[in-house]
Write a protein that binds this ligand. Structure first.
Ligand code: NAP
Length: 249
């Protein structure tokens, strides 16, 4: 655990899982946060431990302040927090804005925006040299939806990722002199279970021809971009974005 501790939110499955596995490979102790899938999170922890790494699974909803405090308390028990990959995120059923309910909007903003900011707050409280911390690095998982807008599918989701982008720029500037870099990855279409929530099973195949590289991404390809930004290899990058999307943005 030479690199300190990294919290990866939403890392029982998909992109977060790939980030957690790669973070452990890079030498971070990893807090594997998840919402519901205890078995999947335990599997990630088992894999990391079997490979000689250190990990712990912590159930918690990133949109609930008490849960977020619980997640970061677990990180404190492992060691010094040096990394946060703000990955937990959800989409809703594919549809038009005129049909959105307030419940749908409150949920997606709570998880994708409030959750991201709350987790970053906890990380800054621990990492900031202004508060006696040793610095660190935060990577937010946004989406190319933030610039595409996702009309007729999920404009609300796209808007939450636009908020993540603005937050990345603002926080990066706010803590630039406090030893903390803040960057983001904007994935394009990636093979994970998130697409099932859209209720539009044909979507992935429909979009494929519009991707300049004509293929869907793997979670590991997003994780590699995230871990590069997290690492000292990206020492002069803050407020930066990587579009990991096969050229579709
Ligand atoms: P996924 O396969 O659906 O996995 C989502 C993960 O987030 C799971 O580990 C889930 O935990 C967790 N989670 C959900 N709600 C949570 C909450 N309230 N608090 C804590 N954890 C929560 O998703 P994914 O495709 O890997 O997406 C990961 C991130 O990448 C998201 O921010 C998403 O917007 C972004 N992204 C994905 C794509 C894509 O094509 N896949 C493209 C662009 C951006 P449980 O399983 O335990 O419920």
């Amino acid at each position: 655990m030479s690199k300190g501790v990294c919290v990866v939110t939403g890392s029982s499955r998909g992109i977060g899982r790939a980030c957690a596995l790669l973070a452990a490979e890079y030498g971070y102790g990893v807090v594997v946060n998840y919402a519901n899938d205890t078995e999947a999170a335990a599997d990630v922890v088992t894999r990391i431990n079997a490979d000689g790494g250190q990990a712990v699974a912590v159930r918690g909803d990133v949109s609930a302040e008490v849960d977020v405090e619980h997640i970061f308390a677990a990180a404190d028990r492992m060691g010094t927090l040096t990394g946060l990959i703000n990955n937990a995120g959800v989409v809703s059923k594919s549809g038009r804005v005129e049909d959105y309910t307030v419940e749908r909007l409150e949920r997606i903003v709570a998880i994708n925006v409030v959750g991201t900011i709350l987790c970053a707050r906890e990380a800054v409280r621990r990492m900031s040299t202004r508060r006696g911390g040793k610095g660190g690095s935060i990577v937010n998982i946004s989406s190319v939806a933030s610039t595409l807008g996702s009309p007729n599918e999920y404009v609300d989701y796209a808007a939450t990722k636009g908020a993540v982008d603005s937050f990345t720029i603002g926080l990066a500037k706010e803590v630039a002199m406090e030893g903390i870099r803040v960057n983001a990855v904007r994935p394009g279409m990636v093979t994970t279970e998130i697409h099932e929530a859209s209720g539009d099973p044909g979507r992935v195949e429909r979009i494929r021809p519009t991707i300049p590289m004509q293929r869907i991404g793997d979670p590991e390809e997003i994780a590699r971009a995230a871990l590069w930004l997290l690492s000292e290899e990206a020492s002069y990058c803050t407020g930066s974005f990587i579009n990991a999307s096969g050229g579709r943005f």
